[in-house]
Design a binder for this molecule. Structure first.
Ligand code: PEP
Length: 251
């Protein structure tokens, strides 16, 4: 049975006191036990978030990491550094990393390897841009992102992978893919993995949808058979909205 997951990507928001406040609010919410709930604060808050949430059922993920184990990479953070503060999940390949920090599929393949070697779970993000969809090449783009970023891994390592399909045109724009568009792409992703690896792997990997998910649209999107949850940006900064999205699932 694949897991239902809702992860909140705080991006570059919340200093320490704001993070303390948001985490305290989140802990007061009644969150569905059927869903694995994850929050992704900035690096500076990871240790605090881990300590604050360790008695709760909420997990903490990093938003990024470097592919090397250590060394002269000023400003970067390695997988083992994440582990040392209790973090065992990392988001890789978010569209903002791809667009603003030049992360390519080849680089992401290295990051995926580093995450797996360090025994982290990688939430691997990918998705087409608006122009790709307008030109009808969104399936090809997604297939390339998956095959170049992920398909080199050993079949036994798929348990380390969560997928997050995030059409770039829907991130932070208020524009959401329709539940039908999300389902169509998620089904395509699962079929692509089944062909490249196996039906078992394809059926067991959780595929999250991301892009302007809100309390008002979450239930309909999460109701689709190949959508196993969401990666939530803006709405994850409000504890009540984030809880409502989590509870749109499984209630
Ligand atoms: C995201 O940052 O991954 C995201 C989906 O953002 P938003 O929910 O704000 O569109």
């Amino acid at each position: 049975m694949r897991r239902k997951i809702v992860a909140g990507n705080w991006k570059m928001n919340c200093d320490l006191s704001e993070a303390e406040h948001l985490l305290a609010e989140l802990k007061r919410e009644n969150l569905s036990k059927e869903v694995s709930v994850i929050v992704a604060p900035p690096f500076t808050n990871l240790h605090h978030a881990f300590e604050s949430l360790k008695e709760s059922e909420i997990f903490v993920t990093a938003q990024n990491m470097h592919q090397a184990t250590s060394g002269a990479y000023t400003g970067e953070v390695s997988a083992s550094m994440l582990r040392s503060v209790g973090i065992n999940i990392v988001i890789l390949g978010h569209s903002e990393r791809r667009a603003y920090f030049g992360e390519t599929n080849a680089l992401l393949a290295e990051k995926v390897d580093a995450a797996i070697t360090a025994n982290l779970t990688a939430i691997f993000c990918f998705g087409e841009e608006l122009e790709d969809r307008k030109q009808g090449r969104h399936f090809d783009v997604v297939k390339t992102q998956l095959s170049e970023g992920l398909f080199h891994i050993d079949p036994s390592k798929w348990s380390h992978i969560v997928l997050a399909y995030e059409p770039v045109w829907a991130i932070g724009t208020g524009e959401t893919a329709t539940p039908e568009q999300a389902q169509e792409m998620h089904q395509f992703i699962r079929e692509t993995i089944a062909t490249a690896f196996s039906k078992t792997i394809a059926n067991e990997v959780s595929i999250l949808y991301g892009g302007s998910v809100k309390p008002a649209n979450a239930a309909e999107i999460f109701g689709k058979p190949d959508v196993d949850g969401g990666l939530i940006g803006g709405a994850s900064l409000n504890a009540k909205d984030f809880a409502a999205i989590v509870n749109a699932f499984g209630n």
